[in-house]
Design a protein around this ligand. Structure first.
Ligand SMILES: Cc1cc2nc3c(=O)[nH]c(=O)nc-3n(C[C@H](O)[C@H](O)[C@H](O)COP(=O)(O)OP(=O)(O)OC[C@H]3O[C@@H](n4cnc5c(N)ncnc54)[C@H](O)[C@@H]3O)c2cc1C
Ligand code: SF4
Length: 524
């Protein structure tokens, strides 16, 4: 058994990184497999026009950290690389409101708010959470909106995973977090480029905390390697791998496995293996059910005024809790990162395509000068503000393997709408009102991305569920320890195990749930 690992972890995002460190601390021999690259800070693109460094599409020679996946009912943004979504995320770490812990998805699992509380604290400490220390133009506008709604006390600076050393921006210092065991760090320069990768070294990505400490304890990380099959084997598991760029095939064995590939990594792997008789055919029939988008709408405002500056700050600097289950945040890319100007269209809600296209056309006719200027602004990132609106309220999709217009040439993940009344929506009236208020205050125009206009599908950066925790296999895929029903020693510890919409950015919750799951693993 010498070539058999105690644990293999598939994916190095939030769930995978927590698992790697905690299993190493418990004395296990651990290997992490990651299909993306390992990035030094100089490897990140200067702007998102540098597709080779920004976008992940290895078959086209693009070896970056960001990917968009288009489905019939949703467009998903996600991260790839050693550190997973933390490389590309907007660092924001809010705790969900009580509605999340009381959701139907957690039923029977105990008092999850109390169970998770100490693990949220650990996650915040490990991720180096700090309140955003400045006030940006976008924050000022959002605060004004909060005042007009009578909810100023529900507006606050975000808690973000960034090292701030105000007054010494960009300076290198010894590890400020882990008694010298962590890497040296640089203070944030507020350049706004967090979502194209931090070239300064201020963002607390997982390779600077959990994974760095895990490697210090002997964990091995194998980047540029994708796990393409997984089978029960001699009381443990056998994994087949493929080089992401080389195509080289390999086989690995482990006594236990953590699947942490995120929703778009873990679900296709499990669904493929469920179809194979020598794969994992006894997986729960609920595999692929209860996929959620965090009930999210991504829209934006583009401001023609050439002096407008919305790109200063970290990626997300404030949050307004618009009611007990809804939240909105101003989001930005760094100066020069204007790729999304190629995908924006006028914001025009409507239930059928003709109405939306007509609405978009009328928007243009009503303010032709404004629109012409907005579509040709000099620096799209500097002159625009993305608005991210999220809700805890229920909505679900299911995913299965199949063929669609997008995936006609091979079987791949496709989405289904089981209950149209629970469909994720591209247009939420409250989000529309907020975007219009933001546009009015800034002299801008409201926009969103073309999948919303053409297909009425929402875009989300927070896809969750599909292998949710539950008290039994008729309700979910993994138990309270995140161990897969029917497959002892196989665990799912990532966003796919989350059983409800947090209604706020979910990485802190994924981290806390991973900490809880790991606290339940016996030492070696
Ligand atoms: C632009 C953007 C901004 C965001 N901002 C925020 C934010 O501010 N706050 C927040 O909380 N969340 C944010 N998110 C969401 C956050 O990134 C995800 O919720 C989180 O990363 C999910 O964590 P995870 O553990 O499920 O897996 P991920 O972090 O998605 O990691 C999965 C990893 O597994 C790898 N992998 C997948 N399949 C395989 C395989 N078969 N073999 C090998 N490796 C594999 C992937 O390459 C990836 O690196 C943002 C996301 C995006 C895209
Ligand atoms: S604002 Fe700039 S320096 Fe600060 S964390 Fe983001 S990318 Fe790094």
């Amino acid at each position: 058994m010498s070539d058999t690992w105690d644990w293999i972890i598939v994916g190095s995002g939030f769930g995978g990184s927590v698992s790697a460190l905690r299993l190493a601390e418990k004395g296990y021999r651990v290997l992490v497999i990651e299909k993306g690259r390992r990035f030094a800070k100089e490897d990140f693109p200067k702007t998102n026009w540098d597709a080779k460094r920004w976008y992940w599409a290895p078959q086209a020679g693009l070896k970056g950290l960001f990917q968009m996946s288009f489905f019939r009912h949703v467009t998903v943004l996600h991260g790839v690389g050693v550190g997973g979504g933390s490389l590309v995320y907007a660092n924001t770490l809010p705790t969900p409101s009580d509605g999340f812990f009381e959701a139907e998805g957690f039923a029977g699992l105990g008092d999850m708010k109390a169970e998770l509380a100490p693990h949220y604290d650990t996650a915040l400490r490990m991720l180096g959470a700090a309140k955003y220390p400045r006030v940006t133009r976008g924050d000022e506008v959002l605060r004004e909106i909060a005042q007009e709604m009578g909810r100023e006390e529900h507006f606050e600076a975000t808690r973000v995973a960034v090292y701030f050393n105000e007054g010494k921006e960009g300076e290198e210092v010894d590890d400020p977090y882990f008694d010298g065991k962590g890497p040296r760090r640089h203070g944030c320069t507020h350049c706004g480029a967090c979502m194209t990768g931090c070239r300064i070294g201020a963002k607390n990505t997982l390779d600077r905390n959990y994974l760095h400490l895990a490697e210090g304890l002997g964990v091995q990380i194998r980047p540029e390697t994708e796990v393409v099959a997984l089978r029960a084997h001699e009381g443990g598991y056998q994994l087949e791998t493929k080089g992401s760029f080389s195509g080289e095939r390999g086989t690995l064995k482990a006594k236990r496995v953590v699947l942490a590939g995120g929703v778009l990594g873990t679900l296709p792997l499990l669904l493929h293996m469920k179809e194979e008789t020598d794969g994992l055919p006894d997986l729960s029939e609920r595999l692929g059910d209860f996929v959620r988008t965090n009930n999210e709408a991504l829209l934006g405002v583009v401001v023609p005024d050439k002096d407008a500056r919305f790109s200063d700050g970290v990626a997300i600097t404030s949050i307004l809790h618009t009611d007990e289950h809804s939240h909105i945040e101003p989001v930005r890319y760094g100066e020069g990162s204007g790729f999304f100007r190629t995908m924006v269209v006028p914001y025009a809600p409507g239930s059928w395509l003709g109405a939306r296209v007509w609405g978009a056309f009328m928007q243009f006719l009503k303010q032709p000068v404004q629109w012409s200027k907005a579509l040709t602004v000099g620096d799209f990132a500097r002159q625009s503000q993305i608005l991210l609106y999220m809700r805890t309220l229920e909505e679900t999709l299911s995913v299965r393997l199949g063929r669609s217009a997008w995936t006609a040439y091979r079987k791949a993940l496709v989405t289904h709408l089981d209950d149209p009344s629970c469909a994720p929506k591209a247009y939420l009236p409250e989000a529309t009102e907020l975007a219009e208020a933001f546009a009015q205050k800034t002299g801008g125009v409201a926009m969103n991305l073309f999948p919303e206009l053409l297909l009425a599908t929402p875009t989300t950066a927070h896809i969750l569920g599909g292998a949710r925790v539950a008290t039994n296999r008729d309700e979910g895929v993994v138990d309270a320890k995140h161990e897969v029903y029917g497959y002892p020693g196989l665990f799912v510890i990532d966003g796919s195990a989350v059983p409800a919409n947090p209604g706020v950015n979910p990485s802190l919750t994924i981290t806390a749930m991973a900490e809880l799951a790991m606290s339940r693993v016996e030492p070696a």
